[in-house]
Design a protein around this ligand. Sequence first.
Ligand code: DQA
Length: 147
Amino acid sequence: MKKILVIHGPNLNLLGDREVGVYGKMTLKQINSELEKIAKADKVSLEIFQSDHEGEIVGRIGKAKGKFDCILINPAAYTHTSVAIRDAVAAVSIPTVEVHLSNIHAREEFRHTSLIAPVAVGQVSGFGLDSYRLGLKAAIGIAKKTK
Ligand code: DQA
């Protein structure tokens, strides 16, 4: 069975309560259970990881080499700052799909740049829960094409 690593970055554990006008009312638990439903229907397995710590995310990506067929990541605030997460994605050569609940390009200027996007296969941004759903569907398509 193909394996996808799902990574949620900092503060995403606060979803449901955090800036609901921007991110909506869904909790991370609810998002994860939607992702699990899709994974089950499409017969892939997910490992889901959330961390507020850049080094933990870098470490998790580093350990994924050879073990996962695709990574689905919402790097949250680290999207805009983390050379280390970008380098980890580039280092493991696992195809990576970047997702954001909000449209980062329509928000404050500092959010317009993603350091991850140049090393990702693609980015889905601005569709709330559907960003994750679309991103996972893309990740599954990529994973199923790998040998
Ligand atoms: C986010 C967008 C980021 O700019 C922000 O720092 C987040 C969440 C999103 O999903 O819309 O924490 O990645």
